[in-house]
Ligand binder design. Structure first.
Ligand code: C2E
Ligand code: MG
Ligand code: MG
Length: 801
């Protein structure tokens, strides 16, 4: 160390040393500034290598001029020229490696090694050029030390150059680069001992000290001017670019979605949402390959996409890969933009995790009973059909056991709905314990269960299993510390004797169950053809229903549907009633299924649309009227035609009519249903999806037809206060509806507590006894309306799951 200091202070002209330091420092700063742009522009990298190589070279030769023992030296021209070439080429190679693999420590060390070697090669070629006028002796220890110093400082400089956005960091890198050059030069010069000699005979072209001073002066001046211009241009550009970039980053960071810009598959910019999603800092993402941010199996699709024009591409689903290795479903869309004066592609990624989770939850819901988690009626139908198909191919019989709990209603009335619900859960667990994993147990109604035994059961075995199911229900239950006793009845139907189709078997088992109930419950009955007498009774009712329209026994009741934010009445739902001469008022739940089975529904449905439109025209305010249309009616008659004619006949604005249909409309022929619903929509009529979440169907139809609104089934509302899961499900449905651009209505709001919870979820509309029961004429006096609105005055409480 002392020897080096001695060499600098005693053997050098200090004024020239200072000049060389200034040139070197300026050259290194320009280099660092250009490197800060090199990530984006290849040209900047080339420029940086030229400036850096020249700086090394200029420092070397200015310092040589300052080196007193060489005052009258002459230099070999070709070696002198080669030395600047080596410096530029070596640093270009080092910078290129640094630019490509900035995140890889081994590559970075390699780049530092190259840079240090380039500086050393330049220096010792320069020293060799002095052979022209002097004998040069080198001390190997100092030579080794000088090269080592240069490499170490170069590695540090390149490692610290990973983020050169701040001035302080550029200044720091300038120092490391200057240290690499100066460290090598002055330690290297300490190694040199000169013995002057005459110019060798026949020596090649040489260059004298004064010419060298001129060349060096010219190169130094070039560095100075380049430095100044670079700084000025950069300051101008960066001010603008920094503003633009800052504005863009701010906008990008405000966005919820991941945004990034890439060119030729290399990331140029990314917002903080991107850093959060991938789990790596923004600096680490810039310069990455786009395909490295996605699942490996997405690579071919991404490459295909990048080959197309962004404008021609629709958004597409991919899986983003986080730093931790997990995959996140995203929707990718892109657009061509200009970035840094050149074409690039802006990409946005929408995180689909929530949506997928909601969809999975709702899909599960569509096939299972939310309370007991047992398969619902739809899944039961699918399983039974499959079992019957297998049986038809000769692999055995199938049995259907229809089970109904006895005295369940009493439990509900005496102990409350919560006790009733936990009884149903426990009952289903007990029954499952009696069945084999291949069997299916489904809950298809309040206290109705169906077991399907598909493993070729014999009548004896079926009888034994059914008896066990009934017996296990007869054992008392402990619910909320109380002993509760119910019981069960079961009706059995066997394939193929009692029926060959799902419907026939279910009906036969149901008929057998009716017989058990008639006979006093708590037993098992197999279906017998004689039981069809009961069916006769049903036929009688069908006949009476067919005359009901003519006899004027059908009536419409109206129930208000209010705005979820203000309580303003917006719509009245028309609900049908049958005033039977002997049996009194009959609920639609009882006779609509009957009408659907006998095609009477077409006639009744047309009557409902007509009566509802006629009534709405005469209302004092322009409330909407909502009518229920049965899936069978929609399939079997020209509902759009009938609706269009009715609207014209009564001169009712189509926008005032809402048609409610249930999900089951999509079961048989989804495409045909979409056609009919689209026709209705084209009339200007609104289309609502009723009883959403109560069963059936995949959710695919929601993408094929956009409903104006969905009505969440009232069973969810009923369980709101009791099961936290229900709140999560309702929130998921509301979010899904809103995401798909549909309004969401909740049905069955009965208590202020339910209202408070539902208001927090942001439902658009509400319906329920709390606001008004169905009544023969719309219940809507001024006081009524005022009363409903006042329920929405209380401050809104955000619901928590
Ligand atoms: P929906 O379309 O879901 O109608 C709502 C049902 O919930 C009505 O029962 C209504 O009285 C009842 N409801 C409303 N608010 C509450 C509440 O707060 N608590 C409780 N527990 N219930 C409430 P309703 O009138 O017995 O109708 C039952 C179903 O019959 C209707 O369900 C609908 O699917 C069907 N329906 C009614 N009228 C017609 C019609 O004209 N044509 C067809 N095809 N179906 C109809
Ligand atoms: Mg309805
Ligand atoms: Mg409903």
């Amino acid at each position: 160390m002392l020897t080096v200091v001695y060499c600098i202070t005693r053997q050098h002209d200090l004024r020239l040393v200072a000049l060389s330091a200034v040139i070197c420092a300026l050259g290194c700063f320009v280099t660092a500034s250009l490197m800060s742009q090199a990530r984006l522009r290849m040209r900047a990298l080339l420029f940086a290598a030229v400036v850096f190589g020249s700086s090394v070279w200029a420092l070397h030769f200015v310092a040589m001029l300052a080196f007193l023992p060489s005052a009258d030296s002459a230099y070999d021209l070709s070696l002198t020229a080669a030395s600047i070439g080596v410096a530029i080429a070596g640093s270009l190679a080092a910078f290129a490696l640094w630019r490509r693999h900035a995140n890889n420590p081994i590559a970075l060390a390699g780049a530092g090694l190259m840079l240090g070697s380039a500086i050393a090669a330049m220096h010792y070629l320069g020293v060799a050029a002095m052979q022209a006028s002097a004998l040069v002796f080198l001390d190997p220890t100092f030579v080794g030390a000088s090269i080592l110093l240069s490499i170490v400082f170069s590695i540090v400089a390149l490692a610290r150059a990973c983020d050169l956005r701040s001035f302080a960091r550029r200044a720091e890198v300038t120092l490391w680069l200057a240290a690499a050059i100066c460290g090598l030069h002055f330690t290297g010069m300490t190694a040199v001992t000169l013995a002057p000699s005459d110019l060798a005979e026949g020596a090649g072209d040489v260059i004298g000290t004064s010419t060298l001073a001129l060349v060096v002066g010219f190169v130094s001046l070039s560095i100075l001017i380049t430095g100044l211009i670079t700084l000025l241009v950069q300051q101008h550009l960066s001010l603008r670019a920094v503003h633009d970039l800052a504005r863009m980053r701010l906008l990008g960071d405000l966005a919820h979605e991941v945004l990034f810009i890439h060119r030729a598959g290399i990331v140029l910019e990314v917002n903080s949402a991107g850093a959060r999603l991938i789990g790596r800092p923004i600096e680490a993402l810039i310069g990455c390959k786009v395909v490295d941010l996605f699942a490996v199996h997405d690579t071919p699709a991404l490459i295909r996409r990048m080959a197309c024009r962004s404008e021609d591409l629709q958004s597409q689903e991919f899986e983003a890969r986080t730093a931790a290795g997990s995959l996140v479903p995203v929707e990718l869309s892109c657009r061509s933009i200009e970035y840094g004066g050149k074409p690039a592609v802006a990409v946005s990624l929408r995180d689909l995790t929530e949506r997928k989770r909601d969809e999975a939850r709702i899909r599960h819901l569509a096939l299972h009973d939310a309370l007991t988690e047992l398969p619902n009626r739809y899944l039961l139908g699918q399983r039974l059909t499959k079992a019957l198909d297998a049986a038809a191919q000769g692999t055995g019989g199938v049995a259907v056991i229809y089970i109904d709990l006895d005295r369940f209603k009493l439990v509900n009335d005496l102990h409350g709905h919560a006790a009733g619900d936990s009884l149903l859960v426990r009952a289903s667990q007990r029954m499952l314990a009696e069945l084999q994993p291949v069997d299916t147990l489904a809950r298809i109604g309040g206290d109705e269960f169906v077991a399907v035994l598909a493993d070729a059961p014999t009548p004896d075995l079926v009888s034994e299993i059914a008896a066990r199911l009934v017996a296990t229900m007869a054992q008392p239950f402990q619910i909320e510390g109380r002993q509760v006793e119910v019981g069960a009845s079961a009706g059995v139907a066997m394939y193929p004797t009692d029926g060959r189709t799902t419907e026939a078997l279910m009906r036969a088992a149901d008929t057998a169950l009716y017989r058990v109930k008639d006979e006093g419950r708590g037993a098992v009955r197999f279906f017998e053809p004689a039981m069809d007498a009961q069916l006769q009774a049903r036929r009688q009712m069908e006949h009476e229903l067919s005359l009901a329209i003519e006899r004027g026994e059908l009536h419409l009741f109206y129930q208000p549907i209010v705005n979820g934010g203000t309580g303003e009445i917006e719509t009245f739902e028309a609900l049908i009633r049958w005033r039977h001469p002997e049996r009194g008022l009959i609920s639609p739940a009882e006779f609509i299924p009957l009408a659907e089975r006998s095609d009477l529904i077409v006639q009744i449905g047309a009557w409902v649309i007509d009566a509802a439109c006629a009534a709405a025209v005469g209302w004092p305010q322009a409330w909407r009227v909502s009518v229920n249309v049965s899936p069978i009616q929609l399939r079997q008659s020209d509902v759009p035609g009938a609706v269009a004619a009715t609207l014209v006949r009564h001169e009712l604005d189509p926008a005032r009519l809402v048609v409610e249909i249930t999900e089951s409309v999509f079961i048989q022929d989804e495409a045909a249903a979409v056609v009919v619903l689209t026709k209705l929509r084209e009339l200007g009529v609104r289309v609502a999806l009723d009883d959403f979440g109560s069963g059936y169907s995949s959710l695919s139809y929601l993408q094929r037809f956009k409903f104006d609104k969905i009505k969440i089934d009232q069973t969810f509302v009923r369980r709101l206060g009791e099961h936290t899961d229900t709140l999560t499900i309702v929130r998921a449905i509301v979010n899904l509806g809103h995401n798909l651009g549909m309004q969401v209505t909740v049905e069955g709001v009965e208590t202020a507590e339910q209202l408070a919870i539902l208001r927090g979820l942001g439902c658009n509309q509400m319906q329920g006894y709390l606001f008004g029961r169905p009544a023969p004429v719309p219940m809507a006096s001024e006081e009524d309306q005022l009363h409903i609105r006042s329920m929405f005055d209380a401050p809104l409480i955000r619901a928590v799951a």
